[in-house]
Ligand binder design. Structure first.
Ligand code: SAH
Length: 381
């Protein structure tokens, strides 16, 4: 590997893109070993055969030049200046092409890019999500105002160029915020969500739900997580920070019962639907803070055999981990996208009597410094 990214310096998203892929993997292994090897054995990193254009979710900030030409790009390192990006080495290429079509249509529709400083303009962001196995594509147009002028013609023109688009959503974000998506949205075309397949199960993904960005490596990660869990069909399993329910649903056939907990309402709605769609009856989802929920479970004297946890980059909380101990879980499978908070939490779990048996690294983010880790923690009396 080594392709040259023309935006590398200004973007800063892919710190390793200049390095041959083998080098990238070595560095990730070394960095993670440093953080985790004192706790237990760290296995060799699992890389990708083809580490390019893997991102199934693509986002662009909409901007324009003085001549009224519109484009999408990224903010230059922590500024409001938008760097034009027409294609990216790690993004899905069809998604990039669709973003370019949207911006090329803007001029003839007299649609102006939103300007963060003046507050004028209409289109703020474009988000494209693609289903790796299904080929379904969702386009989310984030606008500053709820009135979408000539929306039917715009949708028609976009679909003419890209008949592969399966749904188009208009999302309104009229706040001065770094969040991409606002609360209100309307479906302009299609079902308003896409579906994808992971480990033989079908999942519905709506615009605001979390979904892993690298579908090829996600299957490897989930299979690893479940083989570490070693379920026999009897266990009560908690899938904490469960998103749209992927891990819990895949685990359900080898578990007695699964309880999923997730804070994002839209994701929980997707999860409930996903269980139904896959005909799964031994799973329940709850919309709550994972820590609060586990504390409640423990206070009610409930028990859990296995806890699978996959918190955001900030990691988990002591409240959550204390509750895991009280629930008496024999095994904890910790999936993490941030080895630093993972190491912090593993250290805390050690005090609660959990020993890290092995850690597996899966390269979900080639080109970047990031790496996904899954650790098996076993309770030692
Ligand atoms: N396991 C899922 C999602 C992992 S991402 C998957 O593999 O797809 C982490 C998830 O944690 C996100 O869906 C996020 O919405 C959720 N989350 C963040 N903070 C949370 C909290 N305090 N309690 C419960 N869920 C939380």
């Amino acid at each position: 590997m080594s392709k040259k990214c023309p935006y590398e310096k200004k973007c800063g998203g892919c710190q390793y893109i200049d390095l041959p892929y083998e080098e990238q993997l070595k560095k990730k292994q070394k960095e993670t070993n440093k953080l985790l090897s004192s706790f237990g054995k760290v296995k060799p990193i699992i890389g990708m055969k083809d580490p390019w254009h893997y991102r199934n979710k693509v986002h662009g900030v909409v901007a324009g030049d003085r001549h009224g030409n519109c484009f999408t790009g990224i903010y230059e390192n922590r500024s409001h200046r938008v760097i034009r990006v027409d294609s990216c080495l790690i993004e899905n290429q069809k998604a990039d092409a669709i973003m370019n079509t949207v911006t090329s249509l803007m001029k003839s529709f007299k649609m102006r890019p939103y300007n963060e400083d003046t507050g004028y303009g209409f289109l703020r962001h474009i988000l494209v999500r693609t289903g790796y196995h299904t080929g379904q594509i969702m386009v989310v147009l984030v606008t500053a105002s709820p009135v979408f002028p000539s929306k039917n013609n715009f949708v028609k023109a976009l679909r003419k160029e890209h008949p592969e688009i399966t749904t188009i959503v208009a999302n309104v974000n009229n706040r001065n915020t770094s969040m991409v998506l606002g609360d209100k949205q309307q479906i302009l075309y299609g079902k308003g969500y896409i579906e994808d397949v992971l480990c033989g199960k079908t999942f519905r993904i709506s615009s605001k739900s979390f979904y892993q960005v690298n579908p090829v490596q996600t299957e490897i990660l989930y299979e690893k997580a479940l083989s570490l869990a070693g379920l026999t069909g009897q266990e009560l399993v908690v899938d904490a920070y469960c998103g749209i329910g992927t891990i819990g649903i895949i685990a359900s056939k080898t578990a007695g019962k699964v309880i999923g907990v997730e804070l994002n309402q839209d994701a929980v709605r997707d999860a409930v639907n996903n269980a139904k769609m896959n005909g799964i009856e031994n799973i329940r989802f709850y919309c709550n803070d994972a820590g609060r929920f586990l504390v409640n479970m423990a206070e009610q004297g409930e028990k859990a055999d296995v806890v699978i946890m996959d918190p955001p980059r900030s990691g988990s909380t002591e409240e959550f981990m204390d509750a895991v101990g009280k629930l008496g879980a024999e095994k904890v499978v910790y999936v993490s996208c941030n080895p630093e908070t993972l190491a912090r939490d593993v250290r805390y779990m050690k005090k609660l009597g959990y020993r890290a048996e092995e850690a597996w690294l899966v390269d979900m983010f080639p080109g970047t410094v990031h790496v996904e880790t899954v650790v098996l923690l076993v309770r030692k009396p």
